[in-house]
Write a protein that binds this ligand. Structure first.
Ligand SMILES: *Cc1c(COP(=O)(O)O)cnc(C)c1O
Length: 470
């Protein structure tokens, strides 16, 4: 809708609402199973929402990863897949979209984000080197550790406080980073692993001022900055909204400026880029690119397909272009905020300010009557499913895993249950139903007991761990 029509409507109604910049052409029916069936399904899944069957789920807020609805243009693009083993036309379309909107020179497609994380970690980390990051992401940190790296959290302290309303809670604390560099020496730092937005902190953004200052500091010590651009489009929206000097810039302009302060990036295109599968790695340094391009053949596939079909590359190229449109990003973030606003009005503890892709329930404050090693966030996810068939995910002690040195759990300050909103999939009425179910779980909190972990896999345990009610 044009700005003018919105303005006229706004004047008439005395307010201006946002609305999705699309209409629905095809629908997928939903179904809700009975309370008894949900109880049975949950026990069979070991109280782990990752182990539920999708058929048993009503509204699926497990993740925004690969769950977006594609547009008619993307589906049409899939029919234009050039399934050649080498040099597919779709690869060049993807390469050009990434160069145009993210600004990096050399592109390597991968089957998804962790494929790219694996390659960059193997090439850029020497065993025993530190990898400072603005908090961590599960697969990112694991690949860094598997390459012999030691993760160090250098995010600002505000990020660990779920009620702190700092506008850029994803920022790097440059003092913490410089102290690490001075203590260990620049040669002991593999690179800075920067993410925008920070998923584990609640989808919190990094400011342009922060990335600029970070780059200056790193240039001073000769250290590279690599960016996890998975939700960088959403990060750009927050810069446009909150940072001085950016209100009149487009999302696309902000995105490319931000990326210009970094040396390279990896992407899980299953998030921002509106596709069901795909990822990439991009760098500006030619010798580094040569090395990565060699390695991708070993683990993913030839460097012009990276484990994907030509049609997937095409859907990604089109998805990138759609993802940077201002009206798309606005409606995306506003839908998340709509849910956040309802919960906030009902005094349910959630991470504030609301981030770009999800609502994070503060499970520690919901279940203040039992300790963190009884899995409050896992419990809230289980209760929500029992109440209404809504699937969410744990982002707390189970996701944090164990310290490889001591063998004890990591005890993260944030113990959160994530309700992640897929892009272009659910309506505002679905958000109302979700909010009401969260309220029912919250109202029952004092009667709820915690969980005990009865099966623990070695890697990324939260995906497959099993629990029993205490
Ligand atoms: C999802 C995600 C990844 C990993 O990507 P996959 O496509 O799931 O392999 C990396 N970083 C962030 C921030 C993510 O959200």
């Amino acid at each position: 809708m044009s700005e003018n029509i919105l303005q006229t409507m706004g004047q008439q109604l005395g307010r201006r609402s946002w609305a999705e910049p699309w209409k629905i052409k095809m629908v997928e029916p939903l179904r809700m199973i009975s309370r008894e069936e949900r109880e049975k399904a949950l026990i069979e899944a070991g109280y782990n929402t990752f182990l539920l069957k999708s058929e048993d789920v009503y509204i699926d807020l497990l993740t925004d990863s690969g769950t977006s609805a594609m547009s008619d243009r993307q589906w049409a693009g899939m029919m234009m897949g050039d399934e050649a083993y080498a040099g597919s036309r779709n690869f060049y379309n993807l390469e050009s979209a990434i160069q145009t909107y993210y600004g990096y020179k050399y592109i390597i497609p991968t089957h998804q984000g962790r494929g790219a994380e694996h390659l960059i970690s193997q090439v850029a980390i020497k065993s025993g080197q530190y990898v400072p990051g603005n908090m961590y992401f599960t697969t990112t940190r694991l690949h860094q550790e598997l390459a012999g790296g030691i993760f160090v959290d250098v995010i600002i302290d505000e990020a660990h406080d779920s009620q702190n309303s700092h506008p850029f809670k994803g920022n790097v604390d440059l003092d913490k980073l410089e102290a690490l560099i001075k203590r260990e020496g620049a040669e002991k730092i593999a690179y800075v692993s920067l993410a925008g937005t920070v998923n584990m902190a609640g989808g919190q953004p990094v400011s342009m001022a922060n990335v600029k200052a970070l780059r200056e500091l790193c240039d001073h010590y000769g250290i590279k900055v690599y960016l996890d651009v998975t939700r960088m489009v959403e990060n750009a929206f927050f810069i446009q909204e909150r940072e001085e000097g950016y209100a009149d810039k487009t999302i696309a302009e902000i995105l490319i400026e931000f990326c210009s302060y970094t040396h390279g990036a990896w992407m899980s295109a299953k998030k921002d880029s509106l596709v069901n599968i795909g990822g990439w790695l991009a760098v500006n340094d030619e010798p580094l690119f040569e090395e990565l391009r060699n390695l991708v053949v070993v683990f993913e596939g030839l460097h012009t397909y990276g484990g994907l079909a030509g049609r997937d590359l095409e859907a990604m190229a089109i998805g990138i272009t759609e993802s940077v449109q201002d009206d798309h990003v606005r409606s995306r973030v506003e839908q998340v905020r709509y849910l956040g606003k309802l919960l906030t009005e009902w005094d349910i503890p959630i991470v504030q300010p609301v981030g770009g892709h999800a609502i994070f329930l503060d499970a520690r404050r919901i279940y203040s009557h039992f300790p963190q090693n009884q899995f409050p966030a896992q419990t809230a996810a289980a209760e929500l499913y029992l109440d209404s068939g809504i699937r969410s995910m744990e982002r707390g002690i189970a996701s944090a895993g164990r310290d490889p040195k001591t063998g004890d759990h990591y005890y993260p300050k944030l113990e959160l249950t994530r309700l992640t909103i897929p892009r272009r999939v659910y309506t505002q009425a679905h958000m109302d139903v979700v909010a009401e179910s969260v309220r029912a779980v919250y109202d029952d909190r004092e009667k709820t007991l915690g969980l005990n972990m009865v099966y623990e896999p070695k890697y990324l345990r939260f995906f497959q761990a099993r629990f029993e009610r205490l």
